[in-house]
Structures are given as structure tokens and as C-alpha cells.
Write a protein of this length. Structure first.
Length: 365
């Protein structure tokens, strides 16, 4: 009897917990193992769409298709080291109803340039393109194996200049290139935010973050400027508010995030950056005037959004697919001159533009 009473109250507790919103959670936590490799078809695309039949510009769509292999080189409590290799390259561009594939464009080239491209393709698919260490939260700590990356760059340069490797200063130049690569990739003062990829198996947007199931959770994209470099020596933070929701079905868990922003949020970000940038008084006044003019003008409309989605199959710990999309919608006078923006009227010809960038990855092995 006593056990039945205990079970009865436990049942009531869990029922009320569910009703009060104590939902289950999901955490994206890939189980990396040394020597594991994962192949992803990753497509980067760009779409430019001016609206209206009288638009001076025409719609343009371009796509770069890469099959990438991610190999786990090393796993420690502090980082996981990856090597990325390009398995194949393809692409296309579409304008005014005409689609030109990469193969089509190659046929237009001279025989010499076609041979050079084939050498280029063979070179970048024959060895690892890049190595890097990623921390548990998905941020790249360091690009490694820089001597190999240097040699790859030299081999690519030699495709255009056969005398590059024969120079008497070759070893000195090689060392100099490696130093520059290290500075650019690992010690860049002006790009002093840690690079975090949001495609392929990483999807650092969600890595190790706990989300409640079947709920919309307030979320934010945050950029922390560390306060180094000549032009922006003071630290500051930029935050973009949004939401993330996580749902599950019999096959998979789906994580979806949206971070929209309008003219107001965009200009607030611009003002924050401007306030922490070293400028002359004259330049600062001009930039402040442009920001205020755009903010007050009813003839400039900006609606942008950053969207992410990732799918994880229920029996897997690794992302099956990931999708990142940046949407930009702008309505402004056709002939936009900042100094005369206050003279725009309802009769001024306007133009709508939409630009969409996408990075889509699907696991194929």
C-alpha cells in the first residue's frame, strides 16, 4: 500500500512538472574520435534579386559546391584537432535565364588555361587543405600545420609562375610566407574575434548548448571586440537578439534559430562600432550625420535576418545537415545620394533589393 501511495504522488508530480513546462532538453554534443572522418557536401550560394520590371540590375544567382572531408586528428579535454580536405569542386552562375556551370566555363578557356585549372584541381584535392584546433564550444583556437599550408600556397603560385621555386631567395620567401600566414590566421589584431564555423559537422552555433524541447527560447548572437588594434583599441560588445526552438520527431532533432534586425538595430550596431573607432572629428561628424539621416528617413527600409538550422538524426551524435542563411532586404531611392536624402519625396523612384547568402551542408558519409 505504501509503495502505491509513493507511486501515486510521483505520478502527480511528473504530471504537474510537464504541465508547468519542465520539458526535456537537448544538447548537441558530437562524440569525436581520433581517425574518424566525415564527408559533407557543402554548398555556398549567393542570390541577388532586384524587384520590379524596370530594375536596372538583373537577378543573379551563383553557387560554389564543395565536397569536404573532416578528419579528427587529435582529441583532448581542451580541444579537438581537425584536418579538412577538398574532395571535389563544382559550381554555377545564373543570370537572365542562362545557367553557366563550371564545366561550361572551362570549355570557353584556352587549352593552356584548361590544363592549368586541372593542375590546380589536382593540387587542392590531393592533400589536406587546412588543419585547426577547435575548443569544446566550437571556436577555432589555432590553425596548425602551417608549413604544409605554406607549401600548398607555393605550389599554387608556381602554377602561374614556373620560376617561383627556382628563385635564389626561395627559402627566405618560404619562411616569410609562413610567418605572414601565422600572423593572419592566428595573431590578427584587426580580426580579433575567434572564428567559429557554422557549417559541416561543427555547427558551433549549437555546440554543447542545452535547449528545452518544444519551446521557443530567447537567444542572441554576440560579438566581443577585445580592444586591440589601432583603429578600435577599446573593447565593446555587439548583441543581436533572436530566438531558438528545438523539436523532435521519430527520425531526428531539429534546431532552428532566427535573429532578425531592422534599420533601428542595424544602426545601433553601427553607432556602437563608430563610438569605439578612432576617427577625426570631421569624419565622425559625417558618419553620425549619415546614421541619423538613414534612421529618420521613411524612404530607406531595411529588414535583415540571420537564420540557422541543424538536423541531428536520433541515433547519431553528429549533425546530419546544417543550414545558415543571411537575408538582406533593402528599399531605397534608385539614385541614392546621402547628402540629398532629406530631399526625397513620395514621387522619387524607389528600388527594392534582396540579397541572400547561404551555407548548406549535408553529410554523405
Amino acid at each position: 500500500m505504501k509503495n502505491k501511495v509513493v507511486l501515486f504522488f510521483l505520478l502527480i508530480f511528473f504530471s504537474f512538472s510537464s504541465a508547468l513546462g519542465f520539458a526535456e532538453t537537448f544538447t548537441y554534443n558530437p562524440q569525436w574520435k581520433v581517425n574518424d572522418s566525415y564527408d559533407y557536401q557543402t554548398n555556398f550560394s549567393f542570390e541577388f534579386s532586384p524587384k520590379g520590371s524596370d530594375a536596372a540590375e538583373k537577378p543573379v544567382y551563383g553557387e560554389l559546391k564543395l565536397q569536404l572531408r573532416y578528419q579528427v586528428v587529435q582529441v583532448t579535454p581542451d580541444y579537438t584537432e581537425f584536418a579538412i580536405k577538398v574532395e571535389s569542386v563544382d559550381g554555377l552562375i545564373r543570370k537572365e535565364g542562362v545557367t553557366l556551370t563550371l564545366a561550361d566555363s572551362l570549355r570557353i578557356l584556352s587549352e593552356k588555361d584548361q590544363k592549368r585549372y586541372q593542375e590546380f584541381l589536382k593540387l587542392i584535392t590531393s592533400k589536406n587543405l587546412v588543419h585547426y584546433k577547435m575548443d569544446p564550444k566550437g571556436a577555432i583556437l589555432e590553425f596548425t600545420h602551417l608549413p604544409e599550408l605554406t607549401d600548398l600556397g607555393i605550389d599554387l603560385a608556381a602554377l602561374s609562375d614556373k620560376t617561383f621555386k627556382k628563385s635564389k631567395d626561395f627559402e627566405k620567401n618560404r619562411y616569410f610566407i609562413q610567418v605572414i600566414l601565422n600572423i593572419v590566421l592566428n595573431h590578427n589584431l584587426y580580426l580579433n574575434t575567434t572564428f567559429s564555423p557554422d557549417f559541416g559537422p561543427h555547427s558551433s552555433r549549437y555546440l554543447l548548448r542545452e535547449y528545452p524541447l518544444n519551446q521557443v527560447t530567447p537567444d542572441s548572437l554576440v560579438y566581443h571586440h577585445k580592444g586591440v588594434g589601432f583603429f578600435m583599441p577599446q573593447p565593446f560588445t555587439v548583441e543581436l537578439l533572436g530566438t531558438t526552438s528545438v523539436s523532435q520527431n521519430e527520425q531526428a532533432t531539429i534546431l532552428s534559430s532566427t535573429h532578425p534586425y531592422t534599420k533601428k538595430e542595424l544602426l545601433q550596431i553601427g553607432q556602437t562600432i563608430l563610438d569605439h573607432t578612432l576617427l577625426s572629428d570631421k569624419d565622425r561628424m559625417q558618419m553620425d550625420k549619415i546614421i541619423q539621416t538613414i534612421l529618420k528617413s521613411p524612404y530607406i527600409q531595411i529588414n535583415w535576418a540571420i537564420k540557422h538550422q541543424m538536423t541531428v538524426l536520433n541515433k547519431e551524435s553528429l549533425a546530419n545537415s546544417s543550414h545558415s542563411q543571411w537575408e538582406y532586404s533593402l528599399k531605397a531611392p534608385k539614385s541614392l545620394i546621402w547628402s540629398s536624402l532629406d530631399q526625397v519625396t513620395d514621387q522619387t523612384p524607389m528600388q527594392d533589393y534582396q540579397i541572400i547568402f547561404k551555407a548548406e551542408s549535408t553529410r554523405i558519409k
